[in-house]
Design a protein around this ligand. Structure first.
Ligand code: NDP
Length: 398
């Protein structure tokens, strides 16, 4: 029987998910793309029709309102909801899935608009109600989180008896030609990178000042780049699920120009998340900044260069030390040629489609709320190779 797929969020990532689901129509059946702004859905639907000749439906929805999402799930008869709106909508969309007994998937963990802190607590708390509803919730099926969790699970399954340390290494060496722009939603991106850093060692979280720890990493096909320690959400679930883990850290590359702009914006208060009064109007500085900055979806045709995201794991196999590097390199222009998006949206949207495909095809199943590494990594890793994100493994000197 033909399936129905509902995608919520018509931003940079939503564009890629809609394209890739349409390219895999055998699995996804009737596809509806819904967002607050119908014109954004319309322009994506037109691009898909023009480029690959497939029609998708569109709808408008305010996903902050659970009832609106419930109604949309009912009218589209969705078998799965792929949430690529903002992290603020995770809980309302999950509640709508519970009410309608429909599987759920997202790419970023819940964050309250008034607190720049993201954690899985509230989504994990829905495990019981997902089980009672007999549905599956897949959390963090983007690249990081997402593919990086799969790389860790794959390493654990095939390469190690125990993994002692993991470094997640995220490099975007793309150049969009703007003095300052973010590659995904500006508000979410700036909240993440201006926050204090954190890593996990010997059972404890250790906090650092923002950008306090830097290492230079030589990224294959990209070259050496300054990489800064950040807190990133996949670490919260990986510390629970990777056997023998003693330390996990996350590093992301930033150029000097990006850091200088960010520091300056922070110093003048433009990254503030609390309301301020301006000429009798209430505004949130970071929201206003987000309006001024280029829309990430508009970076597609301008961005050149590559992304390289991977993990380095060290541990023991058959009593011997081992160290491996699993990574994926993607070219921004290649992404644009395929789906009219830059590489950051592409590397997020493809894993979202793959996670949803594995659920709809019945290859991944389960009742409750899951992080990626709790599922078998093999089918996901195979689909990465055939759906545009081929990866490599390198043995390193332990
Ligand atoms: P964009 O800002 O480009 O797009 C977000 C979309 O969500 C917008 O089109 C917006 O709608 C829509 N939206 C926001 N609020 C609502 C609402 N209340 N109801 C309905 N739609 C809404 O962001 P991106 O596409 O760059 O990012 C999408 C998600 O992907 C984010 O959660 C981000 O954190 C995540 N992400 C995950 C990554 C990973 O590797 N795991 C990496 C990068 C991003 P409209 O414009 O119609 O108002």
């Amino acid at each position: 029987m033909s399936k129905n797929t509902l995608i919520i969020g018509a931003g940079g990532v939503g564009n890629v998910v809609a394209f890739k689901c349409a390219m895999n129509k055998d699995t996804f059946g009737n596809i509806t793309l819904a967002s607050r702004t119908l014109s954004k859905c319309d322009s994506i639907a037109k691009n898909i029709k023009d480029k690959i000749g497939i029609s998708i439906d569109i709808a408008s929805v305010d996903a902050d309102d659970t009832n609106e999402v419930v109604k949309l799930i009912q009218t589209t008869k969705a078998d799965i909801v792929i949430n690529v709106a903002l992290p603020y909508q995770d809980l309302t969309i999950m509640d709508a899935c519970i009410a309608t007994k429909v599987d759920y998937l997202d790419t970023a963990n819940y964050e309250h608009p008034d607190t720049a802190k993201f954690e899985y607590k509230e989504q994990w708390a829905k495990d019981g109600t997902f089980k009672e509803a007999g549905i599956m919730g897949l959390l963090g099926s983007g690249f990081d989180p997402g593919a990086t969790n799969m790389f860790c699970a794959y390493a654990q399954k095939h390469y190690f008896d125990e993994i002692h340390t993991i470094d997640i290494l995220d490099c975007n060496a793309g150049d969009h030609g703007y003095p300052f722009a973010t590659n995904f939603n500006p508000e979410i991106n700036l909240r993440e990178v201006s926050a204090k850093g954190r890593y996990w060692e010997n059972g404890e979280w250790i906090e650092t000042e923002p950008m306090e720890i830097m290492q230079v990493w030589d990224y294959p096909e990209v070259g050496p780049k300054d990489s800064y320690l950040l807190y990133h959400e996949e670490m919260e679930s990986l510390v629970k699920h990777i056997k023998g883990l003693k330390r996990i850290r996350f590093f992301m590359t930033f150029g000097q120009s990006y850091l200088t702009h960010m520091k300056c914006l922070e110093n003048v208060g433009m990254l503030g998340i609390k309301e301020v009064e301006h000429k009798g109007m209430k505004i949130v500085p970071i929201e206003f900044l987000s309006t001024l900055l280029p829309d990430p979806a508009s970076l597609g045709p301008r961005t050149k260069g590559k992304t390289n995201i991977g993990i380095v794991a060290e541990g023991l196999k058959d009593g011997k030390k081992r160290k491996i590097y699993i990574y994926q390199v993607k070219d921004h222009e290649e992404c644009y040629a395929e789906v009219m998006s830059q590489g950051v949206s592409y590397t997020t949207g493809v894993p979202a489609m793959i996670g949803a495909k594995l659920i709809l095809d019945g290859i991944w199943s389960g009742k409750g709320v899951f992080n990626m590494e709790q599922l078998d990594p093999n089918p996901f890793m195979e689909l990465m190779n055939t759906q545009g994100l081929p990866w490599k493994i390198k043995e390193m000197e332990a």
